[in-house]
Design a binder for this molecule. Structure first.
Ligand SMILES: O=C([O-])CC(=O)C(=O)O
Ligand SMILES: [Mg+2]
Length: 553
């Protein structure tokens, strides 16, 4: 039996003051605000107040979060005009701190909490969401693997909220069409369970069987209550991430994708396409001869490797040949097929062509594999040591080094170090942002291989096409559209990803491509769009994209 009593009073009470959908707002009545206050001054005051918090990012997060609640349009105007400054505050890395502290800094409802105690009546809980008919995109986490921070339980909610803010700023979803959801299936995090202020259920996680039953009911209920929604799974623990993607991606009545597996994979493939070209220009090596070594074999690592395989298959290699260009290291060393008790998701990439003693040390493995690219999704801070990066630079005139773990405190290496250790030769992308670095008088720009470049466009294209499913080809094409979106200026700067300031335009290109592929694969249900050519699809996406009505200066 649910413990919550969903009386109208309860529902009205909990949402009182929750501004999920600002209807066109009346200006505050004359006399209630100081005479000179207007939106432009308010914008400047907000920026001033934000910046006055100096280098206290969590305080900035809290400030921005309350700004979003009392003046949503102002929040988005500020975010969109200052993406490089604000993204790291509402998203990785600061969102990691917000999650760790969520039970202490929580103020107001911003999404739905569905707990194991709601099993049997999940539909009723979903129905409390205002504007049910407007919901088009949801980010659903169970808090079990938040960034690289592990099981945070209900404290994972800010990740759903942060990603949806980027769906809005990045692609132009209307704020009221977004729905953050945190599933509370317990937590195995002792720190949470010992914290008297922890806001989730005070119990260990349920077993897999009970979780399956819960998830099946949840997905059915979602399709019934929100028939037009697209579901993005986020930060589920590795086994569950793969399991629920497979369980629902072709069968659920609403389209589903997993951002950690597919979004991260797509964004890294895109960066790799551009990086491999730069690296091959320097080495003369054929594109099909790249060799990619992954450190970390969780949902993101394996998801990324599967996408990177399509780099090779697009060059004409077979699946087996493509797979042979990829090596994995996990906590026990290089993954080989003869290792006993390999987890299911690691078997595919386990090497069958190695028979020596187990290789455990990164330097030995680099010596053996001779990679052109080193990709980290290990959440092991500093795992790409000076010696390892120097060895990569000995092997390659332009080594590709992607330390992709989030947040920044768990990055496998820092941008500054990668530049110095390779004497500026590195082609670099990280998961969380680093600042540009000047070395020997030249300014170098880090790439940010974060799924924020693709999920807004995948979601927007998926929703505009009214797709039944998100297919692998839609994801792969999102990635290629991102790779192709670089301007000449960005290429001249040596970038492998477009500038963050262009993310809206890039998302439109991705969305248009996603619609096109949904049509080719007959998973679209928006028939009138079928008559549009690519240029019209792009125009259509741009027209449907939401902007805050606030002057941005
Ligand atoms: O949230 C991010 O920055 C990227 C991501 O999905 C993760 O690290 O789990
Ligand atoms: Mg994630």
């Amino acid at each position: 039996m649910p413990t919550r009593i969903l009386t109208p009073e309860y529902v009205n009470g909990i949402f009182k003051g929750l501004k999920i959908s600002p209807e066109p707002k009346a200006e505050p009545a004359h006399g209630l605000t100081p005479p000179a206050l207007n939106k432009s001054i308010q914008y400047k005051r907000c920026m001033l107040q934000l910046r006055s918090k100096g280098d206290r990012p969590l305080e900035k997060y809290i400030f921005l979060s309350s700004l979003k609640q009392y003046d949503e349009e102002m929040f988005y105007a500020i975010l969109m005009a200052n993406m490089p400054e604000i993204c790291p505050l509402i998203y990785t890395p600061t969102v990691g701190d917000a999650c760790l502290n969520f039970s202490h800094i929580y103020r107001k409802p911003e999404g739905l909490y569905v707990s194991i105690e709601d099993k049997g009546s999940i539909k009723n809980v979903l129905r409390v969401w205002p504007h049910k008919d407007k919901a088009r995109i949801t980010v659903v986490t169970d808090g079990s693997r938040i960034l690289g921070l592990g099981d945070l339980g209900v404290n994972g909610m800010p990740i759903s909220i942060g990603k949806l803010s980027l769906y809005i700023a990045g692609a132009g979803f209307k704020p009221e069409s977004t729905l953050p959801i945190c599933l509370d299936l317990g937590t195995n995090n002792a720190k949470n369970l010992d914290d008297p202020l922890y806001l989730g259920l005070r119990r260990k996680r349920v077993d897999d069987k009970e979780m399956d039953e819960f998830m099946d009911e949840f997905m059915h209920a979602m399709a019934e209550v929100f028939p037009n929604i697209l579901v993005q799974f986020e930060d589920f623990s590795t086994d569950h991430a793969f399991h629920y993607l497979e369980r629902y991606q072709n069968t659920a009545k609403v389209p589903v994708f997993n951002d950690d597996i597919q979004g991260t994979g797509a964004v890294v493939l895109s960066g790799f396409v551009n990086a491999a070209k730069l690296s091959s220009e320097a080495s003369g090596r054929d594109l099909t001869d790249h060799r990619v070594l992954f450190l970390g074999a969780g949902s993101a690592g394996v998801g990324v490797a599967k996408q990177v395989m399509s780099f090779f298959t697009l060059q004409g290699l077979s699946e087996e040949e493509a797979k042979s260009r990829i090596w994995f290291i996990d906590s026990q060393g290089m993954i080989t097929a003869d290792r006993p008790k390999l987890q299911a998701h690691k078997i595919y990439f386990a090497r069958k062509d190695y028979s020596g003693p187990p290789l455990k040390n990164l330097l030995d493995i680099i010596d053996y594999v001779k990679p052109t690219a080193l990709v980290g999704l290990s959440t092991m801070r500093g795992a790409f040591t000076k010696e390892a990066v120097e060895k990569m630079a000995e092997l390659n005139p332009r080594p590709i080094i992607f330390p992709l773990s989030n947040p920044v405190s768990l990055s496998e290496c820092e941008f500054k170090d990668a530049i110095e250790w390779t004497d500026g030769k590195v082609i670099f992308a990280s998961g969380s942002p680093f600042l540009p670095y000047t070395y020997k008088g030249k300014e170098y720009y880090p790439g940010q291989g974060n799924n924020m470049y693709v999920f807004p466009g995948i979601g927007f294209g998926g929703v505009l096409s009214k797709c039944k499913h998100v297919t692998p080809s839609m994801v792969e094409n999102a990635s290629l559209a991102l790779a192709e979106s670089l301007t000449q200026e960005e290429r001249d700067m040596g970038l492998i990803y477009p500038k963050l300031t262009r993310v809206r335009e890039v998302s439109m290109q991705i969305a248009a491509r996603v619609i096109h592929v949904a049509q080719e694969e007959h998973v679209d249900r928006n028939a009138p769009l079928r008559h549009m050519d690519d240029e019209h699809l792009l125009e259509f996406a741009r027209k449907r994209s939401w902007y805050p009505r606030v002057p941005s200066s």
